[in-house]
Structures are given as structure tokens and as C-alpha cells.
Design a protein. Sequence first.
Length: 253
Amino acid sequence: MTLRDLGLLERLVACTRYCADVCPELTRFSPVIISDSWSAQSKEILAAGPDLVLASVPYQLQAVAEILKAGVRFLGLAPRTLADIYTDIAAIAGVMGAWERGQNVIAAMRSCIAEVQAAVGNAPRPRVFCEEWGKPIIASQPWVAELVVAARGEFVVQAGQQLTAEEVAAAQPDVILAAWCGAGDRVPLEKIVEQRTWMDLPAVRAGRVFCINDELLNTPASSLLGGLRAISWALHPELFPRPRGIRQISIVV
């Protein structure tokens, strides 16, 4: 996604299937598709002939060692916050010789977030729970919590924390968001509400339970702006048009 924003997709020789899902423009360049950075073997990566390998956690330390041993540069990223993501974009832009374009991408992201903050003004602040995985329940990353706050919501648990259904229920969220890693838009909202006995939660009683497409919240890149638009509509539908990439629970339990 960041290489796309920098106008450098033609220099990509291989990527994971998740990258291809997030950035369909890649089909024009026919990169080698590998499974993911955690399971990919170093020989699979090196066979594509890269000069530089970019990876975000999780990745295999053994594979990293073998890549470095082969004389290929490696840039490993482990972002947690929006500030980390901006730093990583700058690092990628710098190593690719596109520093100014990287700064433009960062500025555009900051500007979009500021516009949402201005639009919500002093609107009511709903209590929000957002999860990145369902079994076990894992709250979304700190950068998602920051987007919730930017959209004038209160993130009611510790970001990135593993939780029980009872702990989430105790937080009494007004809005529940689910963006499971690798699940696209296929989170079974009705099923998880029933299985977790969440029928009496404020969010469920009001029908304010949503699935947001995985790539909009879990990819640390400019695609997060799509996630911000989805969050903003879920929290304040009176202020924002309904965007793509969000699905609301079909019944109020």
C-alpha cells in the first residue's frame, strides 16, 4: 500500500497474498505472490531476486537471518501507533529514494484525520469496543484506538489486549466494531453476539454492531483513512455519509 502511495509499485517483485488483497493495482505488475511474512521461507523470497525486503511483524527470525546472510537488505517494521506508522512510511520512502513523496503521504493522512476531528466537534462520545480477532478476543491495536478517539469515541479497553467476553461486557460499549485479521468482511456478527451472550449490551440493543473490512483497520498504511471513515459513520451517522467497507448487524437481538 505504501509503495502504491509512493508511485513505486513497478519496483515490487514479490508480495504476500494479503498485500495483493489490499492493493488490487498490483495485478498490473504481476509480482510473485507468497503466503505471508510469517510462514514464507527465505528461499521463496530470495528466488524473486529482491534488493530489499520490507516486512512487518510477525516474521520469522530465521528467515530474516538467511535473507541478510544472502546480502539482501532488510527493513523490519513493528508499528503500534499512528506516529509509528508515519515513521515507517518515512523510512520506506527514504530507503526507496522518495523522501518528499513520503512526506506528502504523511501530511495527507494527518490532514484527513484533522478534518474528521473538526467535523465531529463536540458530538456525544460513545463508548467503543473494537476487536482484531475473535478466538481469543483481542482488542484492536493502539492505532485503531487513536482513530476511534479522532472520531470522538472512547475506546473502552486497553488496545491490543486479550480479553474475555465478560470483560468486554463489563465495559458496556455503545458501539462494537469487529475487524478480524485476514477475514475481510466475513465476521459473523450475529453469531458472536449470541455465543458471547452479549444480547443485553447497549451496542447490541441499539443494533450498533459493525464489521469493518480487515484491510481498513489492520493494514498500517493510508488505507487506515478508509477505516477512519467507517468508524466515523458507525459512531456519528448523522454527521457522515455511509462509506464502503462497513456492514451492520442485520438484526437487533
